[in-house]
Design a protein around this ligand. Structure first.
Ligand code: NAD
Ligand code: UGA
Length: 463
């Protein structure tokens, strides 16, 4: 079977970039990305491609090339579903905030709504692809809904989890380590798998396209994120030990990372991992393990989250301690608010939690981030519901100029590893700050020695 029309439900950080790259690589396939969020679709359609809602290096060029040719963004969900022969579901699957599994299980409300909508409007046979990250066995729910429409339309369900990382989405999509496709192992299932393999094989070497059964594919996605996050928590755990023993975490990371069995990636000690997925997916894994009564398995993975929470809190406490145990009324400049560099995404960013802890102590926080807009900072803090919107507005300011953010501050905290921070005029920043001027480098980004020569007191992670 040859796919001619693709519909993707969900125009977010995954749906947008993924479909833009498929459209770029397959000019003969019509790709329509739909979303309920009108403002988001309008932004994807903005004449000025620099205003698309997801900031990713290289993405605006791809959108400019394909949009209007074979890439379309629309709010007409029903129409796009019915026209397509392959439908990707790429909606959000956040942690549940209510009911059973609150705080751990994935909220599959939006997934189920999509399945019901597909079941309701489809008049021709379709392949439905799980692109969202889902708990293992979700395909059986989708199957139950889609196989009981009673209108004779046949559906095949595939799992095709996405492994892109934000900030490098375009290169990850153009040259993925692997593409994973899970499907039923009978004839019809294999035909559906082959249809999707044929889309990716236009640009991904065939040997990098792995095919499995649906359940392995679903579980592999949660597992991959759990393993990556586990590495970060492992190195962060050791960073605390380094701070007590004069060992240097960067040296330790290099020493262990050169063992080819361990490898050098994901060994960067930090203020803690953030992002919309690591925490959500591990919590989900923990929940699933517990639901099967696998207490030891659940406890093992939960420790990755416990360690990460500790790291964020530890960073905030380090600032408070170094500022003589009181930050009340003291200005602390935050350089960076995004959860990593090269993205405007702030979901679960460590910065939010560090700020919250300092605000609890009545600090004045001034935030500068090159890509995060002012309103987002307040949305993130208000979402925690720790204090009123008015209090957040009083205690936090968002600056467009990093030098302004640091002026008259007692301390500067680096929360995101944006490259531009390295090139700032740190002498100028030092001169404008209150003394003793302190820097808390939550990303081990800056040259500690140079800063100390200027006169800063520098606190890095794990040294
Ligand atoms: P997102 O919140 O940025 O985008 C999801 C979009 O789906 C939203 O715009 C929302 O309005 C839309 N939506 C929800 N229900 C809808 C419906 N019924 N009809 C139409 N539109 C609907 O989320 P995201 O970051 O793109 O993540 C999507 C999925 O991909 C999640 O399961 C996530 O775990 C997974 N994932 C994310 C990343 C990442 O880097 N963000 C990477 C790999 C996998
Ligand atoms: C991660 C995975 O890397 C992707 O493969 C996956 O598709 C995605 O989650 C997802 O499912 O959403 P992402 O969260 O975008 O991607 O970014 P990462 O590069 O993995 O970084 C996650 C967090 O860990 C960031 O806060 C980052 O700063 C932190 N990190 C990462 C470290 O603190 N140290 C490291 O060595 C690496």
């Amino acid at each position: 079977m040859t796919v001619k029309k693709i519909c993707c439900i969900g125009a977010g950080y995954v749906g947008g970039p993924t479909m833009a790259v498929i459209a770029k690589q397959c000019p003969d396939i019509q790709v329509t990305v739909v979303d309920l969020n009108e403002a988001r679709i309008a932004a994807w359609n903005d004449q000025d491609v620099n205003k698309i809602p997801v900031y990713e290096p290289g993405l605006s060029d791809i959108v400019a090339e394909a949009r209007g040719r074979n890439l379309f963004f629309s709010t007409e969900v029903d129409k796009a579903i019915d026209e397509a022969d392959m439908i990707f579901i790429s909606v959000n699957t956040p942690t549940k905030t209510y009911g059973a599994g609150k705080g751990q299980a994935a909220d599959l409300k939006w997934i189920e709504l999509c399945a019901r909508q597909i079941a309701r409007v489809s008049t021709t046979d379709k392949i439905v692809v799980e692109k969202s990250t889902l708990p293992v066995r979700t395909a059986s729910t989708l199957r139950d809904i889609l196989h009981h429409t009673g209108n004779g339309v046949r559906f095949q369900i595939l799992s095709n989890p996405e492994f892109l990382a934000e900030g490098t989405a375009v290169e990850d999509l153009l040259e993925p380590d692997r593409v994973l496709i899970g499907g039923d192992q009978d004839e019809e299932g294999k035909t559906a798998i082959e249809a999707l393999v044929n889309v990716y094989s236009r640009w991904v070497p065939r040997e990098r396209i792995l095919t499995t059964n649906v359940w392995s594919s679903e579980l592999s996605k949660l597992t991959a994120n759990a393993f990556l996050a586990q590495r970060v928590s492992s190195i962060n755990a050791l960073s605390e030990l380094c701070e007590h023993t004069e060992a240097e975490i960067n040296e330790v990371a290099r020493a262990i990372g050169t063992d080819s069995r361990i490898g050098p990636k994901f060994l960067k000690a930090s203020v803690g991992f953030g992002g919309s997925c690591f925490q959500k997916d591990i919590l989900n894994l923990v929940y699933i393990a517990r639901s099967y009564g696998l207490t030891e398995v659940a406890d093992y993975w939960e420790q990755v989250i416990i360690m990460n929470d500790h790291q964020k809190k530890r960073f905030a406490n380090k600032i408070i301690r170094a500022l003589y145990n009181t930050v009340n009324g003291k200005k602390i400049a935050f350089l960076g608010w995004a959860f990593k560099k090269d993205t405007n995404d702030t979901r679960e960013s460590a910065a939010i939690y560090v700020a919250d802890h300092l605000l609890y102590e009545q600090a004045q926080v001034a935030v500068y981030d090159p890509k995060v807009v002012e309103q987002q900072v307040y949305i993130d803090l208000d979402y925690l519901a720790t204090r009123s919107t008015e209090e957040n507005k009083t205690l936090v300011t968002v600056q467009n100029d990093p030098y302004e953010a640091c002026k008259d501050a007692h301390a500067v905290a680096i929360l995101t590893e944006w490259d531009e921070f390295k090139d700032y005029d740190w002498q100028r920043i030092y001169d404008s700050m209150l003394k003793p001027a302190k820097i808390f480098d939550g990303r081990n980004l800056l040259d500690k020695k140079k800063l100390e020569e200027i006169g800063f007191q520098v606190h890095a992670i794990g040294s």
